[in-house]
Design a protein around this ligand. Structure first.
Ligand SMILES: Nc1nc2c(ncn2[C@@H]2O[C@H](COP(=O)(O)OP(=O)(O)OP(=O)(O)O)[C@@H](O)[C@H]2O)c(=O)[nH]1
Ligand SMILES: [Mg+2]
Length: 228
């Protein structure tokens, strides 16, 4: 028990006991006087004794339990506020993000989804290590996606034509820029929002490729339409 609480307890008890002694003396005198009232006088005396006892019990309870509880809670170590460290390098930030993603993925109940997301995160990690940047050219049919790819690569790598559906499969081209060690992979995709079964299949393929992008370039041939 801490010293200040012990002193409070002792001083309080001495005060209450001396008060009680004085009260007992007083009660003694009173009992003589109350003896005239018979049974009623004895009840009054008993009530006064119970009152004194309750006073002592309440004091001890306050010092031992309430004060003790307060001092315990004040002794409880305060929660430390730690500021999250922001990684300086982008690759470091990406790796820590990947780790966080993996932790969340491991909590997914569905085995198939979990495995798919885990393999995706491994793929991203491998890309990070390799240092390649995947740029995917995405958009509606005949918007000029392949024309953009040709312009960026600097030669006619993909077939360009007016009708929709000229590009039927994903094509990836490697671009190297002066002063940049990392390879840039540019993927041309079939168009989206085309009619027919073949068009829907091409869209599915394009959407799949788009999910692998580090950077997605959405090509529009005019004002953006609602469907786009
Ligand atoms: N006027 C104009 N025409 C363009 C431009 N870019 C492309 N085109 C024309 O638009 C048509 C479609 O171009 P593509 O590059 O094949 O379009 P795409 O998005 O690859 O088409 P799909 O592969 O069929 O989805 C071609 O006739 C191009 O010559 C542009 O900037 N201006
Ligand atoms: Mg094309």
């Amino acid at each position: 028990m801490p010293l200040p609480r012990l002193i409070t307890l002792i001083v309080g008890l001495i005060a209450i006991l001396s008060l009680s002694l004085w009260l007992i003396q007083y009660l003694n005198q009173l009992s003589w006087q109350l003896s005239y009232f018979g049974f009623f006088g004895n009840i009054l005396l008993l009530l006064l004794i119970v009152l004194i006892g309750s006073l002592i019990a309440a004091f001890v309870y306050y010092v031992m339990v309430i004060q003790g509880g307060e001092s315990r809670s004040s002794r409880r170590p305060k929660r430390r506020i730690t500021t999250a460290e922001i990684p300086a390098a982008k690759s470091e930030a990406a790796s820590s993000n990947l780790q966080a993603v993996r932790q969340q993925v491991s909590q997914i109940q569905d085995e198939v989804t979990r495995q798919a997301l885990l393999s995706k995160s491994r793929e991203i990690e491998a890309n990070l290590v390799r240092g390649e940047i995947q740029v995917v050219i995405f958009g509606t049919g005949s918007a000029g996606k392949t024309s953009l790819v040709n312009a960026v690569i600097g030669r006619m790598v993909g077939k360009v034509d007016a009708p929709m559906g000229t590009t039927t499969a994903g094509e990836t081209y490697c671009l190297r820029l002066k002063g940049l060690e990392r390879k840039i992979l540019i993927t041309d995709t079939p168009g989206i929002l085309e009619a027919g079964v073949a068009g829907t299949e091409r869209e599915q393929l394009a959407r799949g490729l788009a999910t692998e992008a580090d950077l997605l370039l959405f090509v529009v041939d005019n004002d953006l339409r609602r469907s786009e």
